[in-house]
Design a protein around this ligand. Sequence first.
Ligand code: ADP
Ligand code: MG
Length: 697
Amino acid sequence: MSGFFETAVEYLKGVGPQRASLLNKELNIFTYGDLIQHYPFRYEDRTRFYTIREIHEEMPYVQLKGKVTGRQLIGTGPKKRMVCYFEDSTGKIELVWFQGISWIADKIKTGVEYIAFGKPNKFGNHYSIAHPDMEVVSPATEKGGSLQPVYSVTERLRSRRIDSKMLSKLIQDVLVLARDKIRETLPDNILKDEQLLPKKQSVVAIHFPESHDALNKAQQRLKFEELFYIQLRLLKLKLIRKEKFKGIIFNNASLVTTFYQEHLPFELTGAQKKVIREIYADLKSGHQMNRLLQGDVGSGKTIVGFICMLLVVGNEAQCALMAPTEILAQQHYQNLSRYADTMRITTALLTGSTKKKERSEIHEGLRSGNLKILIGTHALLEEEVQFKRLGLAIIDEQHRFGVSQRSKLWQKNEDIYPHVLVMTATPIPRTLAMTLYGDLDVSVIDELPAGRKPIRTIHKFDAHRLEVNQFLRTQIESGRQVYMVYPLIEESEKVDLKHLMDGYESACRAFPDVAISILHGKMRPDAKDYEMARFVMGETKIMVATTVIEVGVDVPNASVMVIENAERFGLSQLHQLRGRVGRGADQSHCVLMTDYKLGKESKTRIETMVRTNNGFEIAETDLKLRGPGDLMGTQQSGALDLLIADLSRDGQILERARKHALQTIEKDPELQDPQNRVIKTQIASIRQSVVNWSRIS
Ligand code: ADP
Ligand code: MG
């Protein structure tokens, strides 16, 4: 297929092979279509003029009308510059050029009225603008311009004279050629319901908006379209799986009954029961389950996972649980085997460091069916890991597995896919969940076990350490235990370790009569286990540690969490750490220690932590601060590479796009209705461009 939009950019007038190759390499622009979809990342507002008196430092740019009253060449060598004195009826300012001086000298004339546009800088008590855009005032320009698009370009492009202006010109040219070729991509009913602009109008307006309102409408429309097609794909995937993929039916609940009657360690919360019911309904349905289980730290996902495994094991099938790291896998193994042992269900742990002999025993146990529950890292995905009958695969994501890894686990059964439950360690904002896991059903544990007192969180500056120590002392004296956590940043392991050791020493000095443990990643596993065990038994009262404890422990008597250099942690990590306390009946505390100097973002993070214990709220804030890509790690960022929509802001558009996608697919799953023909065409064209992409890269 090679339509107009697939035309190589090099054929556009003014581009040619050399510039085309630069555009390919620097901006991934290969075709006319790519060029049109290179949307501006911001706009300069040329609709409004300011007077010189109105200028203030925070203005990103300013547009002035005035006269050049004089000019002067100043300095020599690299400091040589041309200064023009520019004034209007309210004041004076300097316009400065360091480059292209002779050209400017030629072009700028004194006594002539100009429009000057640029970023104002303050020097002493007067302002200057370096390298302003200059235009002679004429009937065409004096009313002010439009919102001017600003395109992202790289340094390399700029050095070859392809700047934002040049791109804007190219896009203008290609849009003239494309005028009659831009198809509508959304059906009439949706355009009408959502009052969206037609596609053609939106594409023109996104590049060359005539007003703020026109721009806003164009953005709404294009964002909606982008999100609509993502949701349509996910929902279609979900529908197809529901229809085509059979699931093993698990009916016999006798093991579950025994566990409930004899071994259940506590009353389940209403939310846990609800979620178990949802999952059981899937496991009995005859269709393959694909479900996401979300719950805040400490909401009790482990036992829910185990109770689901019980139903499966009670029906002569096996379970696998895959975690993203070895420590997490170990943690799950310890927790789950506690429950499994009471029911005499065999479990094993398989990771990269499992010894060969043990490994082959595990393989054998899986094939014979004697081994019921296997917990591990991505080592589970290896070829030799063959189950007799895998009934349920639980994936503890912590945002780290990609969709392809998930599906590898399914393929462990030849005839019928196992049921899949994806668990996340911390809540995910709704917009991200809908995009990353939009093909899954969702269950949420939205309630903490009864009797928990909300953790009290306070922020203290390092200078108040004595006061904090005093507080810790009273806590320890009343029988509680304390965590003191230090940040760990891989690039500077040595420095981190030094901070930790310094912290350990000063804790020893401050609490000479208190037994203190230390734990970090560089210790040998047996030494780690030993220290951990001492703390769990209550032999030591303070645990000085790096973030290894983020995932590694559950000590109900430890009710105080001190986080050192709290400004260096991300929000969700702070929340994870805090979740280590608050597990017993006592009032728990979290103390965030920081330096006096805090950046704006650090401040927001700390304030958020102090304000709320709600993981969903924290995740939302984190998304706003960091953006979706960073939040989810690199593996999945591909799914989040959006052209125009922004998941941290466009939640409402996303909800509406999903609603319409769902309605469309429910009413007309094969897209046969004539009004949905545009959707069919668009899907084919998206597919085509994906194919083209994979050929290119
Ligand atoms: P997370 O959802 O963070 O994985 P866990 O499954 O580790 O949470 O549970 C946190 C703690 O709460 C554990 O000590 C667990 O035994 C306990 N717990 C879980 N559910 C309940 C409940 N219904 N009542 C009391 N304690 C519970
Ligand atoms: Mg857990």
